[in-house]
Every structure is written in structure tokens, then in C-alpha cells.
Design a protein around this ligand. Structure first.
Ligand SMILES: Nc1ncnc2c1ncn2[C@@H]1O[C@H](COP(=O)(O)OP(=O)(O)O)[C@@H](O)[C@H]1O
Ligand SMILES: [Mg+2]
Length: 243
């Protein structure tokens, strides 16, 4: 279980989140929603251990182990994955060797050899409907927004996380890419019992990847918790009505 126990977060001395408490189980999907500027991304960064997002109060636990003071790399090695909202391009970094390095770093047992790994990768890329030859390029080099998000999914698959945080992975995606990505993540939830914290503004991605819990935050505080019925309410009435 990923536990956030009453954390307060600030950036450069400015308080952003107050007393946030959340629990995400393995194999569970939690949707985090809220108006722009409510602190959703800040919560994602604080969980991932971004040094700019100071946890002034409270604690965080990863399968009962406290992670509040751990570095982002230590958290990643435990199996926490934060998908980038805006993945950058690194033209000089070949995708296949980059992913192979990640794979070797995270997989100690049952490791595939390089040939097997490449075949597996090609297969996953094809299922994600990434164009042929795209993996021969540098990381995200000349990639569209949707292709970059699919690359995030590939990195996720390669590093086999236990918990993933998707910060607006649906932004700028066309419906086809959205469905492909949502269903691939859903498969990870089902087969690998991955826990997913998904930050989104729209119900669309949640039509494919149903949330077990829905949390609304506003002005840095948890405003409401519930199930998919909350998503419907927001879709109909927006955040303002939810007093
Ligand atoms: N790195 C930062 N520097 C300064 N202010 C920040 C930083 N990150 C977030 N904030 C502020 O924290 C608040 C919450 O932002 P954010 O977490 O990005 O919200 P959301 O993701 O819900 O739109 C905003 O007022 C934003 O300006
Ligand atoms: Mg955000």
C-alpha cells in the first residue's frame, strides 16, 4: 500500500498542500481530480521525492516502509514510477539501449537476454501502435505528444513498478491513443497488481480505466472522496457546484 499520512507540502516556503491523507492499494486505481492549481501535480512530485516540494509535516509509506526522506532514485528503485506530464526529447539517447539499461537496473531475477528483450519490446511497441522504426530513434526525438506518452508507458513496462502516478497522461491525446494507453495501464493493474494514482481533468480516460476511489482536492486540501459517481457529478456540474 502507498500511504500518505497527513502531509503538508510547500515550495520555496509557500504552503501548497495541507493535511493530505490518501491510501492506494496494490491493484487499485485512484483518480485525483480538482481545478487547476489545486495542488495535484505538487502531490505527485512530493510523492516522487522532488527536492523542490518540501514535506513539512506528515509521512509517506511504501508497503509500510517510510519513504518521506528518501531520494527520488531510491523511491523509483522500490517501484514508484511517475509518468512525466511533458516528456522531453533527448535525441542522442538511443531508445532501445536506454530501455535496456532501465530493464537491467530494475530486473534482477528472470532477466531476458538482449535478443529476447528486444523482441519483447518490439511486440509491446506494436501493441501500443507505435510506428515501425520509432524505437530506432533517439528518446522522443521528433515524437508527437501521443507518441511521447506511449514512450512513458514503455518505460513503465520496462521498469515494472508497483505503483504508478500518471499526471494528466491524457492531456493532448487523441481518442485512439487515449484508449490504447488506458487499456495497457488497466492490464498492468489486473495482471501485475499495480496501484495507479491517476491525475486527470476528464472522465474519458476513466471510462477505460475505472477508478476504485476518486479524490477531489481543492486549494491544497482533500475536499471529497468517493467513487465513480463523483466523476459523473464533476462532469455534469464542474468543481464549483461541489460545496
Ligand atoms: N515549482 C513551483 N514553484 C512555485 N509555485 C509552484 C510550484 N509548483 C506548484 N506551485 C504552485 O502550487 C499550486 C498548485 O500547483 P499544481 O500542483 O501544479 O496544481 P495542479 O497540478 O492541481 O494544477 C499553484 O498555486 C502553483 O502555482
Ligand atoms: Mg498539474
Amino acid at each position: 500500500m502507498l500511504q500518505i499520512k497527513k502531509i503538508s507540502v510547500s515550495v520555496e516556503g509557500k504552503p501548497i498542500l495541507a493535511d493530505i491523507g490518501l491510501e492506494l492499494n496494490a491493484g487499485e486505481v485512484m483518480a485525483l481530480m480538482g481545478p487547476n492549481g489545486s495542488g495535484k501535480s505538487s502531490l505527485a512530485y512530493a510523492l516522487a521525492g522532488h527536492p523542490k516540494y518540501a514535506v513539512d509535516k506528515g509521512k509517506m509509506f511504501f508497503d509500510k516502509k517510510e519513504i518521506t526522506e528518501l531520494t527520488p532514485n531510491e523511491r523509483a528503485m522500490m517501484g514508484l514510477f511517475l509518468a512525466n506530464q511533458a516528456p522531453v526529447a533527448i535525441p542522442g539517447l538511443g531508445i532501445k539501449s536506454f530501455l535496456w539499461q532501465i530493464y537491467k537496473k530494475f530486473e534482477n531475477e528472470k532477466r531476458m537476454d538482449l535478443v529476447k528483450f528486444r523482441n519483447w519490446l518490439d511486440d509491446e511497441a506494436e501493441k501500443l501502435q507505435l510506428k515501425n522504426g520509432l524505437l530506432e530513434r533517439g528518446l522522443n526525438d521528433g515524437f508527437s505528444g501521443g507518441e511521447r506518452k506511449k514512450m512513458e508507458v514503455l518505460q513503465m513496462l520496462v521498469s515494472k513498478p508497483k505503483y504508478i502516478i500518471l499526471d494528466e497522461i491524457d492531456s493532448g491525446l487523441d481518442v485512439d491513443a487515449l484508449k490504447i494507453i488506458a487499456l495497457r495501464v488497466k492490464k498492468m493493474v489486473k495482471e501485475d497488481k499495480v496501484g495507479v494514482l491517476i491525475i486527470t481533468h476528464y472522465s474519458r480516460i476513466l471510462n477505460y480505466l475505472k477508478a476504485d476511489k476518486v479524490v477531489i482536492i481543492e486549494k491544497g486540501k482533500v475536499k471529497e472522496m468517493g467513487g465513480m459517481e463523483l466523476v459523473k457529478k464533476i462532469e455534469d456540474k464542474g468543481f464549483e457546484e461541489k460545496k
